[in-house]
Design a protein around this ligand. Structure first.
Ligand code: PEP
Ligand code: MN
Length: 339
């Protein structure tokens, strides 16, 4: 950490700050310039709040040099994390995993129809909400356990991994027999009790960025899961709230290379929630692959106009298979393949 003192800071104020840093466990290296004094605090401690120093008299600026997360940081595993599934599918390596399916599981007919179509187009994992975090309590809330059973059946029939969202701790046990990946939705990114419980599992977790979360907050949430021993975390950019209203959210494509720089964890992109509009999903999916995404999460519905949730952002099966064709051309240009 670097503490820059104000030009007018007195020797006494510099001493107070130095003592403070030493008490925090840092060794302090002082540079006394002609006008200003800089204190470089060196140590392994990461759990501090720079504001405690910023408010001391005579301090001008405080800069954190080391990240506040350890396990999620790139230096923990410089080579990157590759998550492998029993069927040989990997996330985080050369192959890009495409996860596709409806926003919500609505019926057997719906799920099996969509699963067959996305599998034929080349998806290797099936998504579908069983428990839905809806903005309105009067909107469709999901079929729960029935949906999980349908997901497992469809996954087995079409050789697809299964991912579904877990909204609360009590659903974990119920879901485990039916899913290969547990999704934590944007609204739950900072549900720390839930994250801690997921840390006790071996099941991979796809952790979505909260609608107003910084990337540091996303990685600290990943750290919660990893601190419990579950290192199989996939981060996911799904769009954030900005002043732009044309799209449902603003898909922060730059989050992909940033997370790759800061962390060893695989990074997915969800252009469906990131845009909220069907016609914008394919361009953003292509951009995400070009930017280095390790996985894509895409909503597809055979009859999106009558979908019970997120129909407007769900691709028609034909659009999805055209997108897959495009991705197969783009991926090699950035040294990747589609799983
Ligand atoms: C979803 O994937 O259907 C979903 C609700 O996602 P998010 O948490 O990103 O809104
Ligand atoms: Mn959705």
């Amino acid at each position: 950490m670097i503490v820059a003192m104000q030009e007018a800071a007195t020797e006494e104020q510099i001493q107070v700050v130095t003592e403070h840093l030493i008490q925090m466990g840092f060794s302090v290296h002082r540079t006394t310039g002609e006008r200003q004094t800089i204190l470089a605090a060196v140590g392994s401690r990461t759990d501090f709040d720079t504001r405690n120093l910023e408010v001391l008299t005579g301090v001008m600026e405080v800069h954190r040099i080391s990240a506040p997360y350890k396990l999620a940081g790139r230096s923990f595993r410089p080579q990157g994390t590759v998550i492998e599934f029993p069927n040989g599918v990997k996330v985080g390596g050369k192959e890009i995993l495409v996860i596709a399916g409806p926003c919500s599981v609505e019926s057997r007919e719906q799920l099996f129809t969509v699963a067959e179509l996305v599998a034929r187009a080349g998806a290797r994992a099936l998504r579908g909400g069983a428990f839905k975090p809806r903005t309105s309590p009067y909107s469709f809330q999901g079929l729960g356990l029935d949906a999980l059973k349908l997901l497992r059946d469809a996954g087995e029939k079409y050789n697809l991994l299964v991912i579904s969202e877990v909204m609360e701790i009590s659903q974990i046990e119920l879901m485990l027999p039916y899913v290969d990946i547990l999704q934590v939705g944007a609204r739950n990114m900072q549900n720390f009790n839930l994250l801690r419980e997921l840390g006790k599992l071996k099941t991979p977790v796809l952790l979505k960025r909260g609608i107003a979360a910084t990337l540091e907050e996303l990685l600290l949430s990943a750290e919660y899961i990893m601190a419990g021993g579950n290192y199989r975390v996939i981060c996911c950019e799904r769009g954030i709230r900005t002043f732009e209203t044309y799209t449902r959210n603003t898909l922060d494509i730059c989050a992909i290379p940033i997370v790759h720089k800061l962390s060893h964890l695989p990074m997915a992109a969800d252009p469906s929630h990131g845009t909220g509009r069907r016609d914008k999903v394919a361009p953003m999916a292509r951009a995400a692959v070009a930017a280095g995404a390790d996985a894509l999460l895409i909503e597809v519905h055979h009859d999106p106009d009558n979908a019970l949730s997120d129909g407007a952002q769900s691709l028609y099966p034909k659009q999805f298979s055209e997108l897959m064709d495009a991705l197969r051309m783009i991926a090699p240009a950035v040294g990747r393949t589609i799983a």
